[in-house]
Design a binder for this molecule. Structure first.
Ligand code: NAP
Ligand code: MG
Length: 399
């Protein structure tokens, strides 16, 4: 069988632990037999990020910008334990944080529905797409722990030398402080990314923030969304018969739980981090969710939304063939290849990506699945398999 040719390359960002192990198997069994893979490879494994002082991460982001499409494996965000475990020089920065900052994008996460896994929120008939702002807030914070009473202030010094000063708190004892920021231009592109995505998919767009408490900070998100909507999207939404809806974040959560689903839910960075895990879990497993970072310049990075599945990796190192679910990793590859195909106008590659997704879903719907899904399947799973067997089943279907 002749392999499918790729016109242009995609950026390939390898990662850590169990997802790194599966990454290799997916390439060997599901991609390389069918496609003449063209990638620019970057090893974002923790040790290499440390060795290169994060240069490899910045290089990979530059590659995504150049090639327009990237696919990323899950990576360890280092902490004190990891520094010891991997014998690191330093606490490296979160690679996702760096890439999101470089691309200034919005992360869209969508659960993957299969017939025999029923959502634990019974009213959700359609997937809820979560649009997560990927810049600023607590992910680019500045923190301080102080060990005595004192006055905490917020100070801004303008380029023209003008100073603005506000008292945060006169502290009567030791405590903690945090400074966060966001940029109008980033919120504007977040709003445009979300409205364009909703329009493209013909679904409503919701935004929730806490502007009653955070009048200036969260209020800015609300105001910018409204302005962009009124000026650029209102008529297009009316024509497409879809709506933009703003409400308080707590009200949004309450309404989402009673909704039928099928909307784009735009969330600030932290809300999106937390709520996307909730939606994924309600829909079965963290591994049943796609995650795409879309930049305002039309660059796309596809990844899994779960982590490196550390506990499974330690069992793998002891010789166990774990039943780790590779679906989100497979869909990261199919998403990236389909986008490459769309940009290059190569329908054969697009068709292949579709077939691989269908083969994956067909295997699960035939009753063969990994342990995480078997706990939830209705009717009951016919066979619970390990990751290698599961990938072999998909490969057989694909052939
Ligand atoms: P995790 O890798 O998401 O796994 C947490 C738990 O969720 C697992 O122990 C497992 O539960 C279940 N799970 C997640 N993915 C699964 C899959 N594909 N198949 C089956 N079960 C799955 O989170 P973590 O273990 O807390 O974090 C490990 C590392 O990942 C951390 O160093 C963190 O920094 C990093 N991380 C990276 C990203 C990213 O690169 N996008 C995102 C989040 C975290 P059971 O143990 O019950 O089976
Ligand atoms: Mg998270």
């Amino acid at each position: 069988m002749a392999k499918i040719i790729m016109k242009n390359a995609i950026a390939e960002l390898d990662g850590d632990e169990m997802t790194r192990v599966l990454w290799k198997v997916i390439k060997e069994k599901l991609l390389e037999p069918f496609v003449e893979l063209k990638t620019e490879y970057f090893d974002l494994g923790l040790k290499n990020r440390d060795d290169t002082d994060d240069k490899v991460t910045y290089d990979s982001a530059a590659s995504i910008k150049r090639l327009k499409v990237g696919v990323k494996c899950a990576t360890i965000t280092s902490n004190a334990e990891r520094v010891k475990e991997y014998n690191l020089k330093q606490l490296t920065r979160s690679p996702n944080g760096i890439i999101r900052e470089e691309l200034d994008g919005t992360v869209f996460r969508t659960p993957i529905f299969v017939k025999n896994i029923h959502c634990s929120v019974s009213t959700w008939e359609k997937p809820i797409v979560l649009g997560r702002h990927a810049y600023g807030d607590v992910y680019k914070n500045c923190e301080l722990k102080v060990d005595q009473p004192g006055k905490a202030e917020l100070v801004f010094t303008g380029e023209d030398g003008k100073e603005i000063r506000k008292t945060i708190q006169v502290m009567k004892g030791p405590g903690i402080l945090q400074g966060i920021h966001n940029m109008d231009c980033s919120i504007e592109s977040f709003a445009r990314c979300c409205f364009s995505f909703a329009l493209d998919k013909k679904i409503d767009c919701w935004l929730g923030t806490k502007d009653t408490i955070s009048k200036i900070y969260d209020g800015n998100f609300k105001n910018i969304f409204q302005k962009i909507f009124d000026e650029e999207f209102k008529e297009k939404f009316e024509k497409a018969k879809i709506e933009y809806f703003y409400t308080l974040i707590d009200d949004a959560v309450a309404r989402i739980m009673k909704s039928k689903g099928g909307m784009l839910w735009a969330c600030k960075n932290y809300d999106g981090d937390v709520m996307s895990d909730m939606i994924a879990s309600a829909c079965g497993s963290l591994a049943m969710m796609t995650s795409i970072l879309v930049s305002p310049n039309g660059e796309f990075e596809y990844e899994a939304s779960h982590g490196t599945v550390q506990k499974h990796y330690y069992r793998y190192l002891k010789g166990e063939k774990t039943s780790t679910n590779p679906v989100a990793l497979i869909f990261a590859w199919t998403g990236a290849l389909a986008k490459r195909a769309e940009l290059d106008n190569t329908p054969e590659l697009k068709e292949f990506a579709k077939k691989l997704e269908k083969a994956t879903i067909d295997v699960i719907e035939s009753g063969v699945m990994t342990g995480d899904l078997a706990q939830l399947a209705e009717p009951k799973a016919k066979r619970i398999v390990n990751s290698w067997e599961f990938i072999d089943e998909i490969a057989a279907k694909l052939k």
